[in-house]
Design a binder for this molecule. Structure first.
Ligand SMILES: Nc1ncnc2c1ncn2[C@@H]1O[C@H](COP(=O)(O)OP(=O)(O)OP(=O)(O)O)[C@@H](O)[C@H]1O
Length: 232
């Protein structure tokens, strides 16, 4: 589904990504973790074309990362900070997104608006939304569009407990229908409950990519595994 090979990126002669290798299979719910500044956003921005890596190749469903629309339609990306046109309503923004992905307005949109309790807000200008509401709106767009893979940078930030539960349910249903999810997070206790696999980024490389149940065994938590790997 998504293959990253030998991804490298430097900032001011400092190696940030130092040969990232990652292969994500269809149906995976991959939690991408790493210390602050490890390079998670840099990796996600390289996949989504926001950033040009110095070296390496990225492919989704056999298409090489590029500005090509066919490549862009393989994923929906939710950045950490969702930047929007302040005077446009959430509904109009999602409708525009649907068009970009060659999709019609569907009942799915109303369903996800209700699931994320955005019925009233969705017709208001996005400039009036809170940080969490902007994330919910982007999640509604992602689950309505149902691209082959949804890529998210810290999607749980700003979500209230009910929205986190909805997020969990939506992710599971989307994957059941054939989707794939790749998201970065620092919330290891929640990732533990949602993800099927985990990848740890350290020193510019993936040092672990494993089935989450297998890596935790019976006694560990994702947090204890993460701390152990950071010390090594
Ligand atoms: N535009 C830039 N110019 C210079 N350095 C940058 C730039 N963007 C990121 N960096 C540096 O690259 C490193 C990786 O940043 P990145 O945002 O990818 O990390 P992250 O793992 O997402 O961190 P966090 O968990 O804190 O969000 C950091 O040291 C950061 O300071």
């Amino acid at each position: 589904m998504l293959t990253i090979s030998n991804l490298k990126k430097q900032y001011s002669n400092k190696n940030i990504l130092n040969g990232v290798e990652l292969k994500i299979e269809k149906g995976e719910i991959l939690g991408f973790v790493g210390a602050n500044g490890a390079g998670k956003t840099t990796t996600l921005n390289s996949i989504t074309g926001i950033l040009n890596p110095d070296e390496g190749t990225i492919m989704i469903n056999g298409l090489t990362a590029s500005d090509d629309l066919e490549y862009k339609k393989q994923f929906f990306f939710i950045p950490d900070t969702v930047n929007v046109f302040k005077n446009v309503s959430g509904y109009d923004w999602i409708s525009f997104m649907l068009k970009l992905y060659d999709q019609e307005q569907t009942e799915k949109l109303s369903y996800f608006v209700e699931q994320f309790s955005m019925e009233k807000a969705i017709h208001k200008p996005m400039g009036t939304y809170s940080y969490g509401m902007l994330h919910k709106m982007a999640l509604i767009a992602a689950f309505t569009i149902e691209p082959p893979i949804i890529i998210m940078d810290e999607p749980l930030n700003g979500l209230d407990p009910r929205a986190v539960m909805t997020f969990k349910d939506c992710v599971k249903n989307y994957v059941k229908e054939g989707g794939t999810v790749f998201f970065s997070t620092h919330l290891l206790d929640i990732a533990e409950k949602i993800c099927s696999t985990v990848a740890i980024l350290k020193d510019g490389k993936i040092i672990l990519h494993e089935d989450i149940q297998k890596v935790m065994g019976e006694e560990n938590t994702l947090e204890s595994i993460f701390m152990e790997r950071q010390r090594e």
